[in-house]
Ligand binder design. Structure first.
Ligand code: KIV
Ligand code: NA
Length: 265
């Protein structure tokens, strides 16, 4: 199976919905890859993998290490890597240095960055120099301190107008894909109608051109998740009961049995 390309994803606007999930490890990438169009190595790995309180402490080193693992584990999906907080906001030149390092060290097809109008010149700078960019507007977790929390965005007329301007600016700057997070349905629908690139929703209704979820959230690895997460499994419960069974069998010497034991010739 040949790997999908960035232009092929860009052409999916209004067509068959784009399937995207996050992945952080090679084995998970292998399992998800046949079912996805895009694998996102999200900076959500800060909380999901490293137990950090937010994405603000995530480093370029982390993104490069996990990004390379996901590229190695996948054959079909377009792999996109999140640019971490502090690695791109200062200037287009800083963003190019960080993005080119990510591309070179991981072999990914593109990068994702958060922000609206203020980031549009940076998106254009990267896109014009051969680095495909996915935008991310609405609830942008790297701005949690400025936003005051992780609540849904766009509930006032001013906020709605701002998010729409942000989305258009990023799309017009040349982004090939746009994640819309945590916005009410009418805004997601309007953005999707008005921007030229495909939109990917997370907590942004079925009106987007595709959907993304954090893999650990949809597998049921966490007790508490956002309203927009649908749990497709209860991995936390299944892992706990597997560990419980193992512990009981070790303590009762029921494991290992002859089947798991090497015997002399
Ligand atoms: O970091 C992440 O996982 C993301 C997606 C949820 C869009 O940015
Ligand atoms: Na992210």
């Amino acid at each position: 199976m040949k790997r999908l390309t960035v232009p092929a994803i860009g052409q999916r606007k209004g067509g068959q919905p784009i399937v995207m999930l996050t992945a952080y490890t090679a084995r998970m990438a292998q399992l998800l890859d046949p079912h996805c169009d895009v694998l996102l190595v999200g900076d959500s790995l800060g909380q999901v993998i490293y137990g950090l309180p937010s994405t603000l402490q995530v480093t370029l080193d982390m993104m490069c290490a996990h990004g390379a693992a996901v590229v190695r584990g996948s054959y079909h999906s377009v792999v996109i890597i999140d640019m971490p907080f502090g690695s791109y906001e200062q200037s287009p030149e800083q963003a190019f240095a960080s993005a080119s390092r990510i591309m070179a060290e991981t072999g990914a097809a593109g990068v994702k960055l958060e922000g609206g109008e203020a980031m549009a010149p940076t998106v254009a700078f990267l896109a014009q120099r051969g680095i495909p960019v996915c935008g991310h507007v609405g609830l942008t977790p790297q701005a949690v301190n400025a936003l005051g929390g992780y609540g849904a965005r766009g509930r006032s007329a001013e906020e709605e107008a701002k998010i729409l301007r942000d989305a258009k600016a990023i799309s017009d700057a040349g982004a090939f894909l746009l994640v819309i997070e945590g916005v009410v349905e009418p805004i997601a629908a309007k953005i999707t109608r008005e921007v030229t690139c495909p939109t990917i929703g997370i907590g942004a209704s079925v009106e987007c051109d595709g959907q993304v979820l954090v893999i650990d959230d949809m597998l049921g690895m966490f007790e508490r998740t956002a309203r927009f997460v649908k749990r497709y499994d209860d991995l936390a419960g299944r892992i706990a009961s597997a560990a419980e069974s193992y512990a009981a069998e070790v303590r009762s010497r029921a494991f290992p049995t002859a089947a798991e034991t090497y015997a002399p010739k």
